[in-house]
Each structure stands twice: as structure tokens, then as C-alpha cells.
Design a protein around this ligand. Structure first.
Ligand code: F6P
Length: 545
């Protein structure tokens, strides 16, 4: 089905949607205990594997009929046509009139992806080559700071997509990173972030990467100016900027205005969304940390899942399956959130990274044609690494009144073999998904000798759905695959919901109002706000003194 045909029919009028509504009424009360008991092969059958990612989706509240209808929904929604439109450089970000081509960032040399009549792949590789040459110069010590010392500290200044991807990737790939260098990330306009990131660093050995697609973002530009003042105060010469500041941006004009020579600028393009940019030049800090070869492996991982997403039949397509299951809970079970639970300490920033990827993409209230949606769109993503979360919020997931589908992510091999730590960690992954699915009945609790009055408190209803994502080892390639898996799952969901997953108008109003209020904090108050905002501004100014 073409995109246009798919979009002329509102989602809730599609035959598959209506069939899913009826089907939901029939199966919503079915328990995973019964689904497993009646189907001994379920745990091997409802799985999919591609490019080293094993996805077990058997512990979902679905039957074969559910899957059939969800796959039909994907067909009727024109997912294939939308996916092809993205890969071929069509301007599917319709409100910003932009192509959406993060997949081009990891296309191998020689592939061709055309935007506005131009093949963009050569330009991608030109920037990658420049990044690699620069990284080698910094890592080898050939690049010297203003006073002749090699660079030992790298500070990425950026926010949103210009921070969350770099910091997540640095943490995730720390095992592969240069241990004799320090990497820090400053994002918040709260001066504490900058002050703490720099207080123990020597400016003579410090390189700032100013990462901003627009180079106009308030937080980043404020921090960038503070960084320049900090560096110049210590180095005492405006010429030092050339040796201690580089920029990653699409806006050469603003970069020049800031005082960074465009020879020290690494570019990208308007067809890379901020939250999809960690594999563009925005990943410069990642490349500096892990080296160009590992960065290439990261890109190769992304690309392998791009190809899988583009070519695999939907019933075996990991991002499509994950996306459809997310729609199933979000729209039929009315689940409000998804918990992402990586059982790997290196992935501690992965949930935060996914929050922007998923919520800035699919937190939309109108369809592509501007109609208010009549169904739920993007769920809230949240999470923490296991096993820490188990001693915190898992209580609510197990026994609370809210249904929270969870993604468990684990690796067969650890990068830090220490006694039996890894088996203990992974035992918890398997135990949690088992407990969430099957729970513990009142009979089972009683049989343990529990007094009657305590039985209800100790019952686990179970029937809590989970994905288990199992991979061999957290390598740069594996990280690329994992991120691409979620990127394309987000795409799948957005296509079903008929929304623009690539704009972010919802962040604008707050930015505009903040600019207006800054003037009032630094000058006379306008008194033109509502009574609450007026009072808060007045109180702040009084207490601040
Ligand atoms: O405010 C949201 C946002 O526009 C994100 O989409 C983006 O990742 C972030 O701000 C940073 O933008 P920039 O890279 O232009 O500084």
C-alpha cells in the first residue's frame, strides 16, 4: 500500500485495527501461564534472531492471531512504503521538509543515497576521514595545545542529541576507551555542570568540542562561552582557541562567529535529526575515546541492522516486531510506560539516551495531516541498569496496579570476568522475566506455609510482559546494532501512529518563554504573566538579592 493510501484512512478505521480491538477483548485476560502451558514450544517459537541479536518475545500477552493482526496492521499502515521512502532520501519529515537519513551516516563507501539530486555518501565519508585524522593526531599526542602540551582531557559541550548519544556511547564503550585520557560531558546550563567538569583539569591539556547542530542552543552556547573564558583566563591568549576548541555543527556561519576556524569544524547535515546523530560528527568524542577503528565497527553494527530492517520480512524483522508489540500495549492495554532494563553497568546511560530517542520522536498529538489523534502515541520510557532497579522500583512492576512492559537486555559474555558476578547478574535477568510472566499463585504461597492473612501480600499475579534481548558481548558493533534496533522500532511505531517522528515542535514554547523571562530576571519584571509566574519571578528576584 502506498503512503498516501495508508494515510487517507485514519488508523482506527483500518481493518486490522478494528480486528485488533475485537481480538483484544477476547484475549486480554489470558494468562501467560496458560499460554505457555498450552504451547510447549512457545519459548523457542516466539523468538527472532538477526545480526547477533536474539529477541525472545514469547513472554508477551499475545497469540499467533495477535501477531498476525499486528503484522496486518503494519501492512495496512504502509510501513514498507514509509521505510523505503526514508531509505531513498524522501522528505518524510514533512513539517520541517527534510529527509531523514541517519541510515546514510553508516552506509559503506560506494553505496548511493540521493538527497536533492546529490549522493550524500561521499560527503559522509569525507567527514569520517577528517574525524579519523583529527582523532589520530589527538590520540598520538601530535596535536599540541597552545603551550605545547598534548591533549589529555576532552570535554564535549552539547545538549539533547548533541550530548546524550556521546555520553551514552562513551560510558557503553569505556572498556575500549583510552584510559590515560579524561572524557567529560557538559550539557546543563546550570553552572555547576561546567564547574564540576573542569575544576580539576589543566586548561593547557584540555580540548573542548562544541557540539550543536544549530550552534544557537542557549545551554550549549552559554557553556561554550564560559569554556572560552575559562580557557583564555588560564592560557592568556585569544589564539589558544584554535588549539583548544573544535566545533561539530551544521552551521558554519555561527561557528565562525564564535571564533572557531571552520578548518576545525566537523559538519553534518539537516537530514540528521539531533537524536539520531551519535554516529555523525557528533560522535567525535566517541571516536577520540575508542579510536577510529572501533568507531567504524560501531557504524558497521548500525548498518547491519539498517539492512535487516530494510530487507527482512516483517514477521522476522526485529525492529518491526518490537515496534508492533509496543503499539499493542500502548494502544490496547493502555500501558503508559516502557521500562528499559539493561543488565550491564556500561549501559547505565542507555535508558536516558532512549528517552530522547523515543519520546522526542513519538510524543506527538497530531497526525501527519494535522488531525488530533484519537489514540495514544508514544509511551514514556524509563529505566535503570539491573540489578540496581530490582532493589528500587521493581516492586511496582511486580505487584503494582500498572502494567509496565519491560525490555531486559543482557550479554552472554562479560567484559570484566570477576568470580561468578556475571552468572549472578544473568541469573537475575532470567529470574525477573520468569517471575514477571508467571508470578506466584495464592496456592503456591499457602503451600510454603504462609499464614492466611499474609497470603494476599505475597501473591504475584504475573502476566507482566517482557522482551528479552540477548547478545554475545558488548562490543562497539553490538552497541551500534542495539541503538539501530531501537531507532527503527521507534520508526515503526511512528509509522503506525501516522505521526511525524522526526520533528520536535514541543520543545519550542518553553525556549521562547525562557528567553522572555531572562530579560525580566536581569531587568525590570513585566508583570505580564499569570499570577503564579509573576509571583515566582518576584520571589526569586527578592531571595536572590
Ligand atoms: O531542544 C531540543 C533539541 O532541539 C533536540 O532535538 C536537539 O538534540 C537538542 O535540542 C540540541 O540541539 P543542537 O544540537 O542544535 O544544539
Amino acid at each position: 500500500m502506498s503512503i498516501d493510501t495508508a494515510l487517507t484512512t485514519p488508523l482506527t478505521k483500518l481493518a486490522a485495527w478494528k480486528a485488533l480491538e475485537d481480538h483484544f477483548k477476547k484475549i486480554s485476560k489470558q494468562h501467560l501461564r496458560d499460554l505457555f502451558a498450552n504451547d510447549p514450544d512457545r519459548g523457542t517459537r516466539l523468538t527472532a534472531e538477526a545480526e547477533g541479536i536474539y529477541l525472545d518475545y514469547s513472554k508477551h500477552r499475545i497469540t499467533d492471531e495477535t501477531l498476525k493482526l499486528l503484522l496486518q496492521l503494519a501492512e495496512e499502515s504502509g510501513l514498507k512504503a514509509r521505510l523505503d521512502a526514508m531509505f531513498s532520501g524522501e522528505k518524510i519529515n514533512i513539517t520541517e521538509k527534510r529527509a531523514v537519513l541517519h541510515v546514510a551516516l553508516r552506509a559503506p563507501k560506494g553505496e548511493k543515497i540521493v538527497v536533492d539530486g546529490e549522493d550524500v555518501v561521499p560527503a559522509v565519508h569525507e567527514v569520517l576521514d577528517r574525524m579519523a585524522a583529527f582523532s589520530e593526531r589527538i590520540r598520538s599526542g601530535e596535536w599540541k595545545g597552545h603551550t605545547g602540551k598534548p591533549i589529555k582531557n576532552v570535554i564535549n559541550i552539547g545538549i539533547g542529541g548533541s550530548d546524550l548519544g556521546p555520553v551514552m556511547a562513551y560510558e557503553a564503550l569505556r572498556h575500549y576507551s583510552r584510559r590515560d585520557m579524561t572524557f567529560r560531558f557538559v550539557s546543563n546550563v546550570d553552572g555547576t555542570d561546567f564547574a564540576e567538569a573542569t575544576h580539576d583539569l589543566d586548561a593547557e591539556e584540555t580540548l573542548f568540542i562544541i557540539s550543536s547542530k544549530t550552534f544557537t542552543t542557549l545551554e550549549t552556547m552559554t557553556n561554550a562561552h564560559t569554556a572560552r573564558d575559562w580557557a583564555l583566563k588560564k592560557l592568556g591568549d585569544a589564539k589558544a582557541v584554535a588549539k583548544h576548541f573544535v566545533a561539530v555543527s551544521t552551521n558554519a556561519e555561527e561557528v565562525t562567529k564564535f571564533g572557531i576556524d571552520t578548518a576545525n569544524m566537523f559538519g553534518f547535515w539537516d537530514w540528521v535529526g539531533g537524536r539520531y546523530s551519535m554516529d555523525s560528527a557528533i560522535g567525535l568524542s566517541t571516536m577520540l575515546a575508542v579510536g577510529p577503528d572501533n568507531f567504524k565497527k560501531l557504524l558497521a553494527g548500525f548498518h547491519s541492522i539498517d539492512e535487516h530492517f530494510r530487507t527482512a520480512p516483517f514477521e522476522k524483522n526485529l525492529p518491526v516486531l518490537m515496534g508492533l508489540l509496543s503499539v499493542w500495549y500502548n494502544d490496547f492495554f493502555d500501558a503508559q510506560t516502557v521500562a528499559v532494563l539493561p543488565y550491564d553497568q556500561y549501559l547505565k546511560r542507555f535508558p536516558a539516551y532512549l528517552q530522547q530517542l523515543t519520546m522526542e520522536s513519538n510524543g506527538k498529538h497530531v497526525t501527519l495531516s494535522g488531525e488530533h489523534v484519537t489514540y495514544e502515541t508514544g509511551p514514556i520510557f524509563w529505566g535503570e541498569p539491573g540489578t540496581n532497579g530490582q532493589h528500587s522500583f521493581y516492586q511496582l512492576i511486580h505487584q503494582g496496579t500498572k502494567l509496565i512492559p519491560c525490555d531486559f537486555i543482557g550479554f552472554a559474555k562479560t567484559l570484566n570476568p570477576l568470580g561468578n558476578h556475571h552468572d549472578l547478574l544473568m541469573a537475575n535477568v532470567f529470574a525477573q522475566t520468569e517471575a514477571l510472566a508467571f508470578g506466584k499463585t495464592a496456592e503456591e504461597v499457602k503451600a510454603e506455609g504462609t499464614p492466611d492473612w499474609l497470603v494476599p501480600h505475597r501473591v504475584f499475579e504475573g502476566n507482566r510482559p517482557t522482551n528479552t534481548i540477548l547478545m554475545e558481548e558488548l562490543t562497539p558493533e553490538a552497541l551500534g546494532k542495539l541503538v539501530a534496533l531501537y531507532e527503527h522500532s521507534v520508526f515503526t511505531q511512528g509509522a503506525i501512529w501516522q505521526i511525524d517522528s522526526f520533528d520536535q515542535w514541543g520543545v519550542e514554547l518553553g525556549k521562547v518563554l525562557a528567553k522572555r523571562i531572562i530579560g525580566e530576571l536581569e531587568g525590570p519584571a513585566s508583570g505580564k504573566h499569570d499570577s503564579s509566574t509573576n509571583t515566582l519571578i518576584a520571589r526569586y528576584k527578592k531571595q536572590r538579592g
